[in-house]
Ligand binder design. Structure first.
Ligand SMILES: [Cu+2]
Length: 577
């Protein structure tokens, strides 16, 4: 793994060393993180094909203002922003402002909110900013997000924040491939385990030989075999094709965040990946989580957190030593990592820690009770089941959530080709850090730890509940909700003014980060008085999770899994009537 990153890194370094040193000499420390920031009320964003060299190979990105990531936009709560977005691509494009509360027509989802931005056209978005915190924006057209269309949004609060810091950095994580996303998708459709190397066959090996030549294909394969990768369905697109980036830099070119000893630094983590969950830590430093998806949470000291696709976390760190710390974000399947240096000076670089062992999916991840097994859909079992004593504790903790019953609106459900997997006994697992992070000796953030900084005691109780199953057929790479793919689905109808409890049951072996546009998702984490406000909620494999939504925004909204290659099927239109 590290060898591969290293190999990729060397190529990039040799190409870019001169320019990097040059640029750094000119910009010096302070400006390094500023050159990509746009502030104000009016913004001009241009989408265009942009030549890039991220892995040592030339490739073409779809980029905003010629850069990856796109510029960080700084807005002010309470002000109205106007954004002129011009599409220079040959295809329709769009920008969606992720997690931003705005009128449906400004949300930027082609076919739902507007027609999209045709080639050569400019669309002007304008809306009042009614929130603050760390968010992001990205294309909502085709696979454009995968090829570079994403950037961070920082919204400065009207009122002073309830915590102090000296400076802040955006730490935006993403996954880059030199392969075209259409090619990646085609390969997944043909063979869902294409990028999960150990499942590869003689046939695919021969394809690779054709692509890369015998020597390269063989050494690649040998290297991956040496890493003893298993057929563990953690990620469907992996470090085999991805180079993981932090603010657009790979582990060799390294993003650098500068600090002076004694300073409090706010790091605004954004997972702008198409398909990658990251486990993030800064060895040697504790992180105090102060916000999740832009919203303040009760401060909590942790050593590691998992960030799903589209989530954001704000943490505060206080480096005590004059040394370079690694900001280390390993992919959930340990097929690679993004890394940067948190350092007193740009010449001091951190070393990457060793990656954790490859996680093994357990019965828990399959939504099974102890001893219960169902080998449908080619699921594989590993060791490391949760201890029964821990399960009992969980039972007590979530008994209340289990017992909360509201009138249930029945929705159509299909079992068949679309659903080869089923969670037999799905459980609330909010205090489960997730596969690969359990009992690793570090304090890992879980959803159960997240509490709204402010009271939600007065929030309305749900009027009704809907249950949505996340379903799929892994072998054919088909994803759906309630066994029905988007193309065959009817819109979900929400009524203006109501409060809905939404319960997800994940019948698949993968994490799905579910994102409801236009309205907040108030996550039940065990304390109704402090429901945590999110825009993207990870539904763990084989698990169940509930949140509440105040339906306060009219129009048509997208509701979908944020894994880019799951979206075609795992998507619903929500109509607020
Ligand atoms: Cu998904």
């Amino acid at each position: 793994m590290r060898r591969r990153t290293f190999v990729k890194g060397v190529a990039v370094t040799s190409l870019l060393t001169l320019t990097a040193t040059d640029a750094e000499a000119r910009t010096r420390s302070k400006r390094i993180n500023n050159r990509n920031i746009l502030r104000g009320n009016e913004f001009f964003l241009d989408i265009d094909y942009t030549p890039v060299n991220i892995t040592g190979k030339n490739a073409v990105a779809t980029a905003i203002n010629g850069q990856i990531p796109a510029p960080t936009l700084v807005w002010k709560e309470g002000e109205t922003v106007t954004l002129h977005v011009t599409n220079h691509l040959k295809k329709t494009s769009s920008i969606h402002w992720h997690g931003i509360i705005l009128p449906a027509g400004m949300d930027g989802v082609p076919g739902l909110s507007f027609d999209g931005i045709a080639p050569g056209e400019t669309f002007t978005y304008t809306f009042k900013v009614r929130q603050h915190g760390t968010y992001w924006y990205h294309s909502h057209s085709g696979f454009q997000e995968q090829t570079g269309m994403y950037g961070a949004i920082i919204i400065q609060p009207k009122r002073k924040e309830p915590f102090a810091y000296d400076k802040d950095y955006v730490v935006l994580l993403s996954d880059w491939s030199d392969e075209k996303p259409e090619t990646i998708y085609k390969k997944l459709k043909k063979m869902s385990h294409y990028y999960n190397f150990s499942r590869r066959t003689v046939g695919t090996f021969l394809d690779e030989v054709k692509e890369k030549g015998l020597a390269n294909a063989f050494s690649d394969r040998k290297m991956w075999n040496q890493m003893r990768m298993n057929d563990r369905d953690l990620s469907d697109v992996t470090g085999y094709t991805y180079t993981f980036l932090m603010n657009g830099k790979n582990p060799a070119t390294q993003f650098k965040a500068l600090f002076n000893r004694g300073e409090k630094i706010r790091l605004r983590f954004v997972n702008a990946s198409a398909m990658t969950f990251f486990d993030v830590r800064i060895p040697g430093l504790k992180m105090t989580v102060v916000a999740a998806d832009g919203n303040h949470v009760k401060p909590l000291s942790i050593e590691e957190f998992r960030i799903g696709v589209a989530e954001t976390y704000d943490v505060i760190v206080e480096p005590a030593d004059h040394k370079a710390y690694a900001i280390f974000a390993q992919s959930i399947d340990r097929s690679g990592y993004a890394m940067g240096s948190f350092t007193p000076k740009t010449s001091m670089l951190a070393k990457a820690p060793a990656m954790d062992p490859k996680p093994v999916l357990t019965h828990t991840d399959m939504g099974m009770d102890m001893g219960q097994m169902d080998h449908g859909g080619g699921m594989k079992c590993g060791s490391g089941m949760m201890m029964s004593s821990k399960k009992d504790l969980e039972k007590d903790k979530y008994a209340k959530m289990e017992s909360q019953r509201y009138p249930i609106t029945q929705l159509p459900m299909k079992r068949g080709l679309q659903t080869t997997m089923k969670a037999v006994a799905p459980k609330y697992r909010l205090d489960d850090p997730g596969v690969g992070l359990r009992n690793n000796g570090r304090k890992v953030l879980t959803y159960a730890d997240l509490k709204n900084r402010y009271s939600t005691r007065k929030a309305k109780k749900p009027d009704r509940e809907i249950i949505l199953h996340l379903t799929g057929n892994m072998e054919r790479y088909m994803w759906s909700i309630n066994g029905i793919k988007y193309a065959d689905s009817k819109p979900l109808v929400f009524y203006y003014g109501e409060r809905i409890r939404i319960t997800f049951i994940n019948d698949t072996m993968m994490n799905h980060p579910m994102h409801l546009h236009g309205m907040w998702s108030d996550l039940e984490t065990g304390d109704d008085n402090h429901l945590v406000r999110k825009h993207t909620v990870i539904v763990q494999p084989g698990a169940k999770i509930s949140y509440r939504v105040t339906v306060d925004a009219r129009g048509a909204w997208a509701y979908h899994c944020h894994m880019l290659y799951h979206m075609a099927g795992m998507f619903r239109k929500v109509v607020v009537a």
